[in-house]
Design a protein around this ligand. Structure first.
Ligand code: FAD
Length: 666
């Protein structure tokens, strides 16, 4: 037998769904040598996830393509609740709430199908990696080994993965399992229990025993979905339970007299179960329907051969009655069993292998969380891995991924558990009906749930990346003092966005637009009233410390790189724009000079009314003193890491000592 081909790679990504593509996207933006493989030979063409929440859109904007999503998507503005009128028993609209909490983000929840999102990712990856990173399809991993001796060695490639090339036929998922002509998603549903990878491997090995490549990787990221091969190779099992609720999903162009078909609706019928309406792009509507006709057997498994689009749709017709609903065009359908499960760990082998997305958490799709949380897992992880590979950050930042995201997954399943139960329950007949679901309670849960579902309530705990006191560790008072300097920027949460004007050209920017996903940490200097003589002295002193030889800013930057390549300093001041001058009033480090391109005009901003887009009032909303300002350190993923006074340069230096590789003497 010929020896298999061998190669080295910095990061190997297994699986090219939303989680894998997000990881690959970071690698492209960071210029890291990475490969991404998927066992399937095509990306998703229809169906699957479609809801995108505010935080995901902020992230896609930082990567440079939220505008494409925003334009094509259907925007969901209002949620309507329908249930039997207690007096007549007739289905009626009992409440309305805004779909996204007003004022939470510059984006609102939208829907666009997963295949389009994946398309935009692929384009972005191609652009930023200059064609270097491309999904390698029809490739299946068959063995994984880790050399434990080398896990702490920065230069080593301790993870070895054997990859097998599949034939076209092997890489094509079996469709139309039900005999229906419409594409179904059952092959990806949790109602499919067979371990199809084992079969696939055996078939492929028998056909072509030699078609393997041995890849040596510094890091491996397993993004291979709910039945993750990588997770199983690590011996990790999802923990939690499945419920008896089976739901069907169908994408149709409806013909109906139901008045709210273009609203997101939650419909509880008296006795026929519940239905959720999701208005989609291209006149389409998705219906999520509880299937009362199919229940799991004693072993907890449901017979999926009984599930057909006709069965799903007739259940919907019953729930929505007396309104009529029909369709001529159906795009896709599937069914799933609700369960909430989480992996005991999101990383293994001293942070050399990571798992993200459905590989580490599964739950019901109704709150539209899976794709979002999966992408956000990878958004949290991949810059850390990329910056460690590039020698910018130490390996000690890597465990924060498991700590930060496992916590979010646990919160997600608690949320989903409550939300699903309220959804799947029958509406209470009256206040005495203890087994029924109170519609008022449901509405309140929806309102509370909307904050969680937006992705904006995520609050990361203390670590080298988040300067918060550890529980029982002291330092609370000192922390409270620092947090008070910017009450609108909670440490551990994402940097909120308000409009500010560019000092040099007066153009309004949402400040978050300046926090691009390019792998740089940022220091936001709230310079306060720069025209006040005493304040000017404070700013000048802070800037001179920043450029002094021992400063983290210089020591973190590799020789020959631009001074802002690792940490970028952005300024927001509160003096009058027309009374201040960029070159006169602001020290050079705030708008660095380059002999080829001149001054940098994109780093100093002012909190002032714009000509055309109103007043952002950023100092008030960030809760920062307009005269004295403060200093905020921001992670490459836009989370607030540290806040302090301008005098506390040592504190800032300490924060970066913990998360950057600083060269030279202290
Ligand atoms: P996946 O999307 O499952 O991707 C895994 C990838 O890995 C696949 O491409 C697969 O081919 C590949 N792979 C698997 N095994 C291997 C292997 N051994 N080797 C190589 N490659 C492998 N989420 C939302 O956010 N909003 C919604 O509105 C929403 N609606 C949903 C509706 C339905 C009906 C369903 C079923 C799900 C919905 N979800 C929703 C959930 C969402 O689809 C998933 O959470 C999301 O796709 C998870 O992304 P992922 O990248 O982790 O996994």
């Amino acid at each position: 037998e010929i020896a298999p081909k061998e190669s080295n790679v910095d990061v190997l990504i297994i699986g090219a769904g939303p989680a894998g593509l997000m990881a690959a996207c970071w690698m492209a933006h960071l210029g890291v040598h990475a490969r991404i493989i998927d066992k399937r030979n095509t990306k998703i063409v229809c169906g699957q996830a479609d809801g995108l929440q505010c935080r995901s859109l902020e992230i896609l904007d930082a990567l440079g393509f939220a505008d494409r999503v925003w334009k094509e998507a259907n925007h969901m503005i209002e949620i309507c609740m329908w249930n039997p009128d207690p007096a007549t028993g007739q289905l009626h609209r009992s409440g309305r709430i805004p779909d996204t909490i007003v004022g939470l983000s510059r984006f609102q929840q939208i829907v666009l199908h997963q295949g389009r999102i994946e398309r935009f990712f692929l384009d972005n990856i191609k652009k930023y990696s200059r064609g270097e990173i491309e999904v390698e399809r029809g490739v299946l991993p068959e063995a994984l080994e880790v050399d434990e001796q080398k896990v702490e060695d920065d230069a080593a490639y301790p993870v070895t993965v054997r990859l097998r090339a599949l034939s076209d036929e092997e890489a094509t998922p079996a469709q139309q399992l039900s005999g229906s002509k419409v594409p179904d998603g059952l092959f990806r549903s949790n109602l499919v229990y067979e371990d199809d990878e084992e079969d696939l491997l055996k078939k492929s090995q028998a056909r072509a025993p030699g078609e393997v490549e041995v890849v040596h990787a510094k890091y491996v990221i397993g993004c291979d979905g709910a039945r993750s091969w990588t997770r199983r190779a690590l011996g990790l099992e999802l923990e939690g339970e499945a419920t008896d609720f089976i739901w069907g999903v169908i994408d149709i162009i409806p013909i109906t007299d139901f008045p709210d078909i273009r609203m997101r609706c939650a419909i509880h019928s008296a006795n026929d179960g519940s239905l959720m309406v999701i208005p989609r792009e291209n006149r389409m509507v998705r219906l999520y329907i509880q299937l009362k006709e199919v229940t799991p057997d004693a072993s907890g498994r449901a017979d999926r051969s009984k599930i057909t689009p006709e069965l799903i749709f007739s259940a919907a017709q019953k729930i929505i009655s007396p309104y009529k609903i029909d369709y001529e065009y159906c795009d896709w359908w599937t069914a799933y069993q609700i369960g909430q499960r989480v992996s005991p760990s999101f990383s293994a082998h001293s942070s050399r292998i990571f798992l993200t997305g459905d590989a580490v958490h599964t739950h019901s799709p109704k709150a539209g969380q899976g794709m979002n949380i999966s992408m956000q897992d990878s958004f949290n992880l991949a810059w850390k891995v990329g910056l460690v590979v590039r020698g910018i950050c130490p390996r000690t930042i890597l465990p924060t991924y498991n700590d930060e995201r496992r916590q979010v997954a646990l919160e997600l399943i608690t949320f989903d558990h409550k939300f699903s139960a309220l959804f799947s329950g029958r509406p209470a007949k009256d206040v005495m009906d203890a087994e029924g679901v109170s519609m008022e309670e449901f509405k309140q849960a929806f309102l509370r749930g909307n904050l969680f579902a937006s992705g904006l309530s995520v609050d990361y705990g203390p670590s080298v990346l988040v300067a918060k006191p550890r529980e029982g560790g002291g330092g609370q008072e000192e922390f409270d003092k620092r947090q008070k300097l910017a009450t609108g920027l909670p440490i551990g949460m994402r940097f909120n966005s308000f409009k500010v004007l560019n000092q040099a050209c007066a153009r309004p920017w949402h400040f978050q637009e300046r926090l691009r996903a390019d792998g740089r940490f940022r220091v936001v200097l709230f310079a306060g009233n720069i025209l006040d003589a005493a304040q000017k002295i404070r700013v000048d002193r802070w800037c001179s410390q920043l450029v002094a030889p021992g400063s983290f800013h210089l020591r973190a930057t590799p020789k020959g790189d631009k001074s802002d390549s690792v940490v970028e300093v952005l300024t927001i001041h509160s003096a009058k724009r027309i009374e201040t001058e960029l070159l006169r009033d602001f020290p050079e480090v705030l708008h660095p000079f380059d002999e080829h391109t001149g001054w940098d005009y994109n780093k100093v901003f002012v909190d002032e009314e714009s000509y055309h887009e109103g007043f952002g009032d950023a100092y008030t909303k960030y809760g920062v003193d307009r005269e004295k300002g403060c200093v905020v350190a921001v992670r490459p993923d836009q989370y607030v890491g540290w806040i302090g006074e301008l005098e506390d340069f040592e504190g800032l230096q300490g924060y970066f000592k913990g998360c950057l590789v600083l060269r030279g003497e202290d």
